[in-house]
Design a protein around this ligand. Structure first.
Ligand code: FES
Length: 109
């Protein structure tokens, strides 16, 4: 599948251990910044009951969902055992301080 990279702002727009949401035609995407300035993007829906992951607590490279405290791995979107499920992730990268988010071309066009 071909993707298109869109510029969503600078890394400084997101506080460390925080997140911001980016609306897309596929739904809101939560873009997270870790304490070590790594950036990850997941759709803003917990695999449990759709809680807003963007409002969760980031620790290490995980986020705890604010509703029932499931812990979601930011790299893969997978819920930590014994919970099961996976939030959908999107590719994201940082170039010269700008955050670029990958959207499927059919959506981004
Ligand atoms: S909705 Fe996220 S833990 Fe329940």
């Amino acid at each position: 599948m071909t993707d298109r990279w869109i510029d969503i702002g600078t890394i400084h727009d997101i506080p460390r251990l925080g997140a911001r949401t980016v609306p897309t035609p596929l739904g809101d995407v939560a873009v997270f910044r870790t304490g070590t300035d790594r950036v990850f993007a997941l759709f803003d829906r917990c695999p449990h009951k759709g809680g807003p992951l963007s409002q969760g607590i980031v620790h290490g490279e995980s986020v705890a969902c604010p509703l029932h405290n499931w812990v979601i791995d930011l790299e893969t979107g997978a819920a930590r055992a014994p919970d099961k499920g996976c939030a959908r992730k999107l590719a994201v990268r940082v170039e010269e301080g700008r955050i670029l988010l990958s959207l499927p071309l059919a959506v981004a066009a």
